[in-house]
Design a protein around this ligand. Structure first.
Ligand code: AMP
Length: 179
């Protein structure tokens, strides 16, 4: 990203909140970025420039903060938006994928008619941490929509020390900001 001298960078505007939601986690709070018209527009424009010539049909957002970036980017690119949601939120027939957490399991869901054969899609979320959520999202899509190509998985922020991208196997990964 190109910033003029003296401008706040997108990285500087992200706030660290220690011990949220539990002790030992440094939460990357993107709300100051979302509230800053210049930083938010730059974020979306950076993503738009990267994907403008990739012939995408849809941008997939992962609940909940992924929706914000997916919808703004889809609008900028002129594609559709698809939601990957927590269980029980989507009203129509769904496919589901359950994955392990540190304690217990979690599930992601998608509508069975989310894509058509031959579509190119981008999956986006705000933070790549351990990669559990995104890896389950990719499994959910790749198992149930054989003719759909995930062009890339995009993140605003990647926590490099958690090695989350190793879980995403063959899918190309792009993160705007690394910690
Ligand atoms: P992951 O461990 O990659 O499955 O992370 C799952 C979700 O938790 C991501 O969608 C992030 O939105 C969120 N998340 C995980 N760690 C952080 C963090 N340190 N700061 C902010 N969000 C986080």
């Amino acid at each position: 990203m190109n910033f003029k001298k003296g401008e706040t960078t997108v990285k500087e505007i992200i706030r660290d909140v220690p011990d949220f939601p539990k002790e030992g986690i440094i939460f990357k709070d993107i709300t100051p970025l979302l509230g800053d018209p210049v930083a938010f527009q730059k974020t979306i424009n950076t993503l738009k420039d990267r994907y403008a010539d990739k012939h995408l049909d849809a941008v997939v957002g992962v609940e909940a903060r992924g929706f914000i970036f997916a919808s703004a980017l889809a609008y900028a690119l002129g594609t559709g938006v698809v939601m990957v949601r927590k269980p029980g939120k989507l009203p129509y027939k769904t496919f589901q994928e359950t994955y392990s957490l540190e304690y217990g399991t979690d599930t992601v869901e998608i509508h069975q008619d989310a894509f058509r054969e031959g579509q190119n899609i981008l999956v986006i979320d705000d933070v790549l941490a351990t990669g559990g959520t995104l890896s389950a999202t990719l499994d959910l899509i790749q198992k149930n929509f054989k003719g759909v190509k995930v062009v890339e998985a995009a993140f605003l922020i990647e926590l490099d020390f958690l090695n989350g991208r190793e879980k995403l196997k063959d899918t190309p990964v792009y993160s705007m900001i690394h910690y």
